[in-house]
Design a protein around this ligand. Structure first.
Ligand code: F6P
Length: 547
């Protein structure tokens, strides 16, 4: 019987260290080591990773690294890159890294060299993208495409949308891109109002091609097009699909040559490097898409080669385990100080929480520790005017990732200076806090009288000691985005291995889906089957009001 993680020597040592450090303030750690920043930061091309404001010591870092070794992290990592079936409950390889294997080294899965398959697909994407962007791809009235509507949800939406939002500063005016992911008719109605059927291309992305929301949206788009074009022949000119399921795409009416494939060894939430990224390539051009792959490939190489104590995704994963499973901080904030990355928190919510929001180990036994923290966030500046009060003076400590860039995509007057002064100041304030003594001196210097100071002081004290990591990119461009996302992907992998959970299945999404299907037929038939009184009461109220 393999010892459970919490029985490992390093796990026990980390528990002891957590007891020691819970009475230590980050200020003390900085006071003790003038070189703390250089001791706890790592640089790779285009990225500075500073974790010196995390509540760690060299002793903790060493214990975390030995935990990684006791969990055979590097062996698991090598299995992943080699295409072994580490998605143990679905019996699949996990090879999003093969999608950006720019060295084009062979990777064989079930006798197939997947690298060749990827290269063939990339060539197909390149040809299609150039045809559409050059105006050679014509719609049913002979006009070139002007609007791309991406229909997909979860990993078939979040990656492309996050990326095109992140890189919108670089686009020319060749194509517009729109996203429909929610089955709420409001979203597709608003999009269809904005586009012309003669010049619109729909990209229906669904790994399974069975996801109800996506199929519903795609059917509505077909009806909309057919109403305008008058017959089905237009579908071939205005619909392409991205899926593993050629049977379903054919049944939907999309010819095989208009289907871009992906493979079962690509997890939905790790799929934007595959043809799921078609909207990115269409909107930004194929070269930008390749740049994104290049950036990710650099990080894959770093992850495979850097010593664990200097390995950024390894450190990210270990720090998250340290904060959540040892220091009991059950949330983690993602705070981009770059508007281009405004969708990063939403993207990472799926990436992190659909991967590691689990509670049983590889062997199926219940874990006895916190697994993934709640991932949330928003652009830092906007967060400062929304929830930073909570972060600074709340009763819950939330470790946060601050992500900023040296150069802005759009240098406007002194905006970037103001933006980055907040990036630096806020993590400093979270670390240092402000003492009662400092508050008193500050108020006295403003001439506030003793009585008012006595009333105010406790309200103005900030405990500080809020741990943060700061990630500084040179500039958010396609390559930088590829690096950043790959860092988080490998962080997620590291966390799963340390926590001994399968990060690559998602059985937790099935129950709700199944119940929704049953209730959908009850609503269609205007009946209510056996439910708890709340569900029955809600459905009865809804049905009565809908009459
Ligand atoms: O959320 C469940 C899920 O299966 C995700 O893992 C996936 O990205 C999403 O639904 C969409 O799935 P598909 O690409 O098969 O439509």
């Amino acid at each position: 019987m393999v010892a459970s993680r919490s029985q490992l020597t390093s796990w026990q040592l980390l528990k002891e260290q957590a007891d020691v450090l819970k009475d230590v303030h980050l200020q003390q750690l900085f006071a003790q080591d003038a070189n703390r920043f250089s001791t706890f930061s790592v640089e790779i091309p285009g990225v500075l990773f500073d974790y010196s404001k995390q509540l760690v010591t060299e002793k903790v870092r060493d214990a975390l690294v030995s935990l990684a070794n006791e969990c055979e992290l590097t062996q698991w990592r090598d299995k992943m890159f080699a295409g072994e079936k580490i998605n143990i409950t679905e019996g699949r390889a996990v090879l999003h890294t093969a999608l950006r294997n720019r060295a084009k080294t062979p990777i064989v899965v079930d006798g197939e060299n997947v690298t060749e398959q990827v290269e063939t697909e990339l060539a197909k994407i390149k040809g299609f993208v150039e045809k559409v962007r050059s105006g050679q791809w014509l719609g049913y009235t002979g006009k070139a495409v002007k609007d791309v509507v991406s229909i997909g949800v979860g990993g078939s939406n979040l990656g492309p949308q996050m990326a095109t939002e992140a890189l919108a500063s670089y686009v020319d005016d060749t194509l517009n891109v729109h996203y429909v992911s929610n089955v709420d008719g409001v979203q597709i109605a608003h999009v269809l109002k904005k586009v012309n059927p003669e010049t619109t291309l729909f990209v229906v992305s669904s790994k399974t091609f069975t996801t109800s929301e996506t199929m519903t949206n795609a059917s509505t788009a077909v009806k909309w097009l057919r109403a305008a074009a008058g017959d089905n022949s237009a579908i071939a000119k205005h619909f392409v699909a991205v899926s593993t399921n050629l049977e379903k795409t054919a049944a939907f009416g999309i010819a095989d040559e208009n289907v871009f494939t992906m493979w079962d060894w690509v997890g939905g939430r790790f799929s934007m490097w595959s043809a799921i990224g078609l909207p990115i390539a269409l909107y930004l051009g194929f070269d930008a898409f390749i740049d994104m792959l290049e950036g990710a490939f650099e990080v894959d190489t770093h992850f495979q080669q850097a010593p664990l104590s200097d390995n950024i995704p390894v450190l990210m994963g270990l720090l998250s385990v340290w904060n959540a499973s040892f220091l009991d901080h059950r949330a983690q904030a993602i705070l981009p100080y770059d508007q281009a990355l405004h969708m990063l928190p939403a993207y990472l919510q799926q990436g992190e929480m659909e991967s590691n929001g689990k509670s049983v180990t590889f062997a199926g036994s219940a874990v006895n520790y916190t697994t993934v923290p709640l991932i949330w966030g928003m652009t830092g500046i906007n967060g400062q005017h929304a929830f930073y009060q909570y972060l600074h003076q709340g009763t819950t400590i939330v470790p946060a990732d601050f992500i900023g860039s040296v150069q802005s995509q759009c240098e406007v007057d002194d905006h970037h200076t103001i933006l980055m002064s907040n990036f630096f100041a806020q993590s400093e304030a979270m670390m240092n806090g402000v003492s009662a003594q400092q508050v008193r001196e500050e108020l006295a210097a403003k001439g506030v009288n003793e009585e008012q100071i006595a009333q105010l002081v406790e309200h103005k004290v900030h405990q500080g000691n809020r741990p943060t990591t700061s990630i500084l990119l040179d500039k958010v461009d396609a390559k930088a985005l590829g690096r950043l996302i790959a860092l988080y992907e490998h962080k997620i992998f590291v966390q799963g291995i340390i926590l001994e959970i399968c990060s690559f299945d998602q059985w937790g999404v099935e129950l709700g889906k199944g119940l929704a299907k049953n209730i959908e037929s009850e609503l269609r038939d205007n009946r209510i089957a056996e439910h708890d009184s709340s569900t029955s009461g809600l459905m009865a109220y809804y049905q009565a009001k809908r009459q």
